[in-house]
Design a protein around this ligand. Structure first.
Ligand SMILES: [Zn+2]
Ligand SMILES: [Zn+2]
Length: 273
């Protein structure tokens, strides 16, 4: 399930969840989950590092993350009241599934982490562009208006490679040509630095997703306003918010540091001349 950014930042959000093997049943059980707060997450982590027990981590996560259930009964129809003491009534397989879901809402996934890092990177490029150049990177207003540009910048991400040897080859995402068997070339390449793999093969603005932009903006906004997005103290915020914030800020810092190092190097070079 996809969850909205604001919901995931709020430590009070409750997520209804139905286990996979129960979804086709008419009398399915609904579980109510919440994301772990920073303090809860740390506690689970400590448990894991002390005893190296994934079971302990999982059970503790369920203790904090499982907030209720509806229509949960024994085989004979007897209702099981919600209480953590009754956790063993949930089949182990479903316990694992619930634990997985609690982690999913508590932690940013790898894709989002990469997106957040990319937003920071692209923002620092944009900061240095003048207004005219900036306009040329407006994917909606520019790429799609200029004939062929959307294709040559691979805005949609579905035409990354093109064969240099076969005429009228249509770009797609296979890097080997089906026609001649040769390795295909990139349609679009945008370099950020001279580091070997520091480039993208798709229009940078096409890559930016609304969720990563929104999250980055929220983090920056909160960081400037010095107030937290929701009530309660810093440790009671969701681990998701804490992680997203540290990714955004550390990425921004490391970009800034790289740029300052480069400036220092350049000015030393200039002095030597
Ligand atoms: Zn574009
Ligand atoms: Zn070919």
């Amino acid at each position: 399930m996809e969850y909205s950014i604001m919901a995931r930042l709020n430590p009070d959000t409750i997520y209804p969840y139905i286990c996979e093997d129960d979804r086709d049943n008419d009398d399915y059980t609904t579980f109510y989950l919440k994301a772990l707060t920073l303090i809860e997450y740390r506690e689970c982590e400590e448990l894991y590092s002390d005893f190296h027990s994934i079971g302990g981590f999982g059970l503790r996560s369920l203790k904090y993350g499982l907030k209720g259930w509806d229509n949960f009964t024994y085989e004979n129809g007897e209702v099981i009241p919600f209480d953590f003491k009754n956790i063993s009534a949930i089949p182990y397989k479903n316990q694992l599934e619930l634990y997985g879901e609690i982690m999913k809402i508590s932690e940013p996934d790898e894709e989002l982490v990469n997106e957040l890092k990319f937003v920071a990177k692209w923002s620092s490029v944009m900061d240095k562009l003048d207004e005219n150049k900036l306009k040329q990177w407006d994917c909606v207003e520019y790429c799609s208006q200029k004939k062929g540009l959307q294709k040559s910048r691979n805005c949609e991400g579905n035409g990354t490679y093109i064969c240099k040897y076969c005429k009228d080859d249509v770009p797609d995402n296979n890097d080997v040509c089906e026609e001649c068997g040769k390795k295909k070339g990139l349609v679009f390449k945008y370099r950020f630095s001279d580091q070997a793999d520091d480039y993208i093969t798709r229009c940078p603005v096409g890559i930016l997703t609304s969720r990563s932009l929104k999250l980055t903006n929220i983090v920056n906004y909160i960081d400037n306003s010095k107030s937290l997005p929701f009530n309660k103290g810093a440790m009671e915020q969701t681990y998701f918010y804490y992680m997203a914030r540290s990714i955004v800020l550390s990425e921004q810092n490391s970009i800034l540091k790289k740029e300052m190092d480069q400036m220092k190097k350049d000015s030393e070079k200039g002095r030597r001349k």
